[in-house]
Design a protein around this ligand. Structure first.
Ligand SMILES: Cc1cc2nc3c(=O)[nH]c(=O)nc-3n(C[C@H](O)[C@H](O)[C@H](O)COP(=O)(O)O)c2cc1C
Length: 338
């Protein structure tokens, strides 16, 4: 997939052909300015598809309004041993066990340093998947290494604290550790918005703790959510589910939606929420927006249905908003959560 994308992005003709087949006319009703960044539409490519930031030229031609690259880690990482990706056909979900395979902050920042982007680019950073980084201070130093490399590249940061497949688990869901991580980043101030990407499997107490800590730091919002680790899920219809890995798509949709509503309600809409998990249609995206998301990200829907899905969602979303009497998408954010 990455090779095809790289080839299509490599010259003006193949980019124009891609745009002709997949892109759709801009819908003004979907335009938003968020933290000073212009989003022509709210549909973004989620982290994990363009791990090494090699597709930033072709992704806008498919119709996406923004793209998140990564996760990028302090050191290059081979990821977990194969197999590490399974398709749960009946459940419209993927089981993902990549374990943060990527080229590392040094190489990827060099790749992006001189580039100009057509759409906003999010830099998603995580700690390197290795035994050493399971230690809190080493893990923090690893995050900070990537963060510093990208201080002047891209439009926003995502701190991924919820990779379900890395050595040592997800320690930065813990309030004290998250506080230490955000304090370490504070030494290198940025004007860019910073999002925290969280797991759908958190308890309410954990969410409260993360919100409490986030208040003290430069946190602009949350990505709700990453993959779920839970197997006891009514939406999983396939009999065989591999033991390892996090699950995407329809299996995570309900928990992700619950998380959007919870955070929107608890914070009275003060944070920007990027809704992610199981978006396969305009209706799915609209639901997340009405629950409190300002922006949407996806991967699995596109893998199951193809790249034309992005334009279908944008056109469908514009229609749904008009039908409900809205003049701009921002009027619909959170209306179902109150
Ligand atoms: C193949 C694959 C790789 C992923 N890798 C990452 C990653 O490196 N970093 C990250 O923050 N999320 C990663 N994710 C999670 C997605 O960004 C997203 O949060 C999740 O898949 C739910 O969205 P979806 O149902 O639209 O796929 C990955 C997902 C998939 C399917």
């Amino acid at each position: 997939m990455t090779i095809v994308g790289k080839i299509l992005g490599s010259n003006i003709l193949s980019r124009a052909i891609t745009s002709f087949f997949f892109n759709s006319p801009e819908q003004k009703i979907l335009n938003q300015k968020i933290h000073g960044i212009h989003f022509k539409n709210p549909i973004g490519l989620s982290a994990g598809f363009d791990k090494n930031a090699e597709l930033t030229v072709i992704i806008p031609e498919v119709g996406f309004g923004f793209e998140e690259v990564g996760s990028i880690t302090g050191e290059p990482c081979e990821g977990n041993a194969k197999p590490r990706l399974w398709r749960l056909k009946k459940s419209q979900a993927l089981v993902v066990y990549y374990g943060l395979k990527n080229d590392g902050a040094e190489k990827i920042s060099t790749r992006l340093a001189q580039k100009r982007f057509k759409i906003p680019i999010g830099i998603n950073i995580a700690k390197t998947n290795c035994q050493a980084c399971a230690d809190t201070d080493t893990g923090i130093a690893d995050y900070v290494k990537s963060y510093r490399k990208f201080l002047h590249i891209g439009d926003y940061f995502t701190i991924n604290i919820s990779c379900p497949n890395a050595f040592g688990g997800e320690p930065f869901h813990d309030g004290e550790k998250l506080n230490k991580l955000l304090a370490a980043m504070k030494k290198y101030p940025t004007k860019k918005p910073v999002f925290i990407k969280i797991s759908p499997d958190l308890s309410e107490t954990q969410v409260d703790e993360i919100l409490k800590i986030s208040k003290k730091h430069h946190v602009s919002g949350f990505i709700c959510t990453n993959l779920t680790k839970k197997r006891e899920n009514l939406k999983i219809l396939d009999k065989q589910v591999p033991e390892n890995g996090g699950i995407s798509g329809k299996a995570v949709e309900n928990s992700a939606n619950k998380m959007i509503a919870t955070i929107y309600k608890k914070t009275k809409g003060k944070y920007t929420i990027i809704g992610c998990g199981g978006v396969f249609s305009a209706e799915d995206a609209y639901k997340k927006i009405r629950l409190g998301a300002s922006l949407i990200e996806l991967i699995t829907g596109m893998i199951f249905q193809g790249p034309q899905l992005i334009s279908e969602i944008n056109l469908g979303l514009a229609e749904l908003l008009k039908k409900d009497g809205y003049k701009n998408i921002n009027e619909a954010i959170g209306v179902d959560t109150g």
